[in-house]
Write a new protein. Structure first.
Length: 127
């Protein structure tokens, strides 16, 4: 094997390794490693609380004398706080869900390109 045929052969091997890595990446680094059951439960609880507070805020705006307890401004502030916490959890979930898929996609397409370059080089030097 000459130097001219070694480089394309190495590119084929590297491309194949990258393709294999793209298949194994989601298995080795699953979504569950970054997103736990506790976070899922916390997100569910915050979502329920946000829906409840939204209803209470709207009721307090329509009938301010009927709500008793907290006034509309206090409930609105609490509602905004819960929504901000919920948004943070949603972002964490999206990052945990998309992270392995994104890396797998990068590995796959890089592997295909490197493999293709290797095959093209192999055929060019062989012929």
């Amino acid at each position: 094997m000459t130097m001219k045929s070694t480089i394309p052969f190495a590119a084929i091997i590297v491309g194949f390794i990258l393709l294999a890595g793209s298949v194994l990446w989601p298995i080795l680094f699953p979504t569950t490693s970054a997103w736990t059951d506790e976070k899922s439960q916390q997100m569910s609880d915050l979502s329920s609380k946000a829906h409840k507070l939204h209803y209470q805020v709207e009721l307090a705006k329509r009938k301010p004398n009927m709500t008793g307890g907290k006034n509309s401004a206090e409930m609105q502030e609490e509602y905004k706080k819960v929504l901000m916490e919920l948004d943070v959890l949603k972002e964490q979930f999206q990052a945990a869900d998309e992270g392995p898929k994104t890396m797998s996609s990068y590995l796959k397409w890089t592997g295909i390109i490197v493999f293709g370059i290797g095959v093209t080089g192999w055929m060019a030097f062989k012929g």
